[in-house]
Design a protein around this ligand. Structure first.
Ligand code: NAD
Ligand code: IPM
Ligand code: MN
Length: 353
C-alpha cells in the first residue's frame, strides 16, 4: 500500500470548490486501484479569510509542516482585483510565491493541449499539444525593486528582473530534456532579446550552450510579442516553450484561452530534484466574480491532480484521470450549465468505471 501524504490548500474564491472536486477524483482513483494507493490529506486553511482574521499569511511553522508532505494541491489565492480590504500581493507574494520560492519550484509546468471535445475559440487551430516550461523562482517575481518619492509627481518605481546563470540553466536543461522525450523534439525560447538585452542575453546564450547536449532537439526563438501572434494564428507550431517567469504567466493564460478556456488549464510547480514537495494547481485564480455559486469548472483542478499523480510515478492513475476528463469533455453540450460538483461527480464516476 502506497500512502501519499497530501497537503491541501483550498485557498480563496472558487479555490475550495474546485479543490473539493479534485480530491473527489483522487479518492476515486484510490478506491479503484487494486494495488493500493491511499491519500492522506491535511487541509491548511490559508488565504484571505485567515489573513483578515489573524494577520497571518503563511506562518513558518505551517510552511515547515507542509514541507513534510509528498505533494501539495492548491486551489487559488487572492481577492477581487481592486478590493481595497485586501492589499494586492499580500497573498500572492506571501503565500503562493513564498511556497514556490521556498520549495524551489523552479519548473512551472503548464501543458496546453486541445483535448478532443474541447472547444477552441480559434476556427482552425490544428493539432495543439505543447507545454510551457515557465521559470518559477526568478525573473521580475523576486520582489527585487522599490519605490522612491511615493505619491509625488516624481515617484520612481522599479521591479528588477533577476536572471542567474544557475537559475536559467537548470530550467533550460529541464525544458530540453522534456523536448527530447516528446515526439516532435522542438524547443522554442520566448523572450524579448531585442529590448531586454541583459536578461535576453543570458537566456539566449544558455539555450545555445545547452542545445549542444541535445543535438536532436530543434531550437527556435520568438520574441514574446510575435509569439502571441503565433499562439493565436498557428498554435500547432509549438512543442516545448521555455520562458521566464513573467512571460510564462502571460503566455499560459492565452494558451489556456485558445485550448478551451481557463477552466481547463492545469499546472505543476515542480522541483525536479525532488528535495521538496511539488505543488499542483489550476492556472486560473480565485475568480471572485463566480465564487460560491458552483459555477466554476473544476476540470483544471482535476487535471492538475493528474499531473500530481504523474509526478508521484502513478502514471496509470494519471492516465485514467486524463481519459475520464476527455470522455467528459466529449459529452459536454455547448452552453452546458452543470454545477461544479456535477462535473466533478461525472469525471470521478468515469475514473471509477
Ligand atoms: P481569474 O483566473 O481568477 O479569473 C479570470 C476570469 O476567468 C474570471 O472571469 C473568472 O470567472 C474566470 N474563471 C477563472 N477560473 C475559472 C473556472 N475554473 N471556471 C470558469 N471560469 C473561470 O483571474 P483574476 O480575476 O485576474 O484574479 C482573481 C484573483 O485570483 C486575484 O486576486 C489574483 O491575484 C488571483 N490569482 C491567483 C492565482 C493562483 O492562486 N494560482 C492565479 C491567478 C490569479
Ligand atoms: C499564476 C498566477 C500567479 C503568477 C500570481 C497569482 C502570483 O497568476 O499562477 O499564473 O503570476 O504566477
Ligand atoms: Mn497567471
Amino acid at each position: 500500500m502506497q500512502t501519499v501524504q497530501l497537503a491541501v490548500i483550498p485557498g480563496d474564491g472558487i479555490g475550495p470548490e474546485v479543490t473539493a472536486e479534485a480530491l473527489k477524483v483522487l479518492e476515486q482513483v484510490a478506491a479503484g486501484r487494486g494495488d493500493g494507493v491511499k491519500f492522506e490529506s491535511t487541509r491548511y486553511d490559508l488565504g484571505a479569510e485567515r489573513y483578515l482574521a489573524t494577520g497571518e499569511v503563511l506562518p513558518d511553522a505551517v510552511l515547515a509542516e507542509i514541507r513534510q508532505h509528498d505533494a501539495i494541491l492548491l486551489g487559488a489565492v487572492g481577492g477581487r482585483p481592486g478590493d481595497k480590504s485586501l492589499p494586492p500581493g499580500i497573498l500572492e507574494r506571501g503565500l503562493l510565491l513564498r511556497l514556490r520560492f521556498e520549495l524551489d519550484h523552479y519548473v512551472n509546468l503548464r501543458p496546453s493541449r486541445i483535448y478532443p471535445g474541447a472547444v477552441s475559440p480559434l476556427a482552425d487551430p490544428g493539432e495543439v499539444d505543447f507545454v510551457v516550461v515557465r521559470e518559477g523562482t526568478e525573473g521580475p517575481y523576486t520582489g527585487n525593486g522599490g519605490a522612491l518619492r511615493v505619491g509625488t509627481p516624481h515617484e520612481i518605481a522599479t521591479e528588477v528582473s533577476v536572471n542567474t546563470a544557475f537559475g536559467v540553466e537548470r530550467v533550460v536543461r529541464d525544458a530540453f530534456a522534456r523536448a527530447q522525450k516528446r515526439p516532435r523534439h522542438k524547443l522554442t525560447l520566448v523572450h524579448k532579446t531585442n529590448v531586454l538585452v541583459h536578461a535576453g542575453g543570458i537566456w539566449s546564450r544558455i539555450v545555445d550552450q545547452v542545445a549542444t547536449e541535445f543535438p536532436d532537439v530543434a531550437v527556435d526563438y520568438l520574441h514574446v510579442d510575435a509569439a502571441m501572434i503565433f499562439l493565436a494564428t498557428d498554435p500547432s507550431r509549438f512543442d516545448v516553450i521555455v520562458t521566464d517567469n513573467l512571460f510564462g504567466d502571460i503566455v499560459t493564460d492565452l494558451a489556456a484561452a485558445i485550448t478551451g478556456g481557463i477552466g481547463l488549464a492545469a499546472s505543476g510547480n515542480v522541483n525536479p530534484d525532488r528535495t521538496t514537495p511539488s505543488m499542483f494547481e489550476p492556472v486560473h485564480g480565485s475568480a471572485p466574480d463566480i465564487a460560491g455559486q458552483q459555477k466554476a469548472d473544476p476540470t483544471a483542478a482535476i487535471l492538475s491532480a493528474a499531473l500530481l499523480l504523474e509526478h508521484l510515478g502513478l502514471d496509470d492513475a494519471a492516465h485514467s484521470v486524463e481519459e475520464a476528463v476527455v470522455a467528459d469533455l466529449a459529452e459536454r453540450a455547448p452552453g452546458s450549465t452543470r454545477r461544479t460538483s456535477e462535473i466533478g461527480d461525472a469525471i470521478a464516476g468515469r475514473v471509477a468505471g
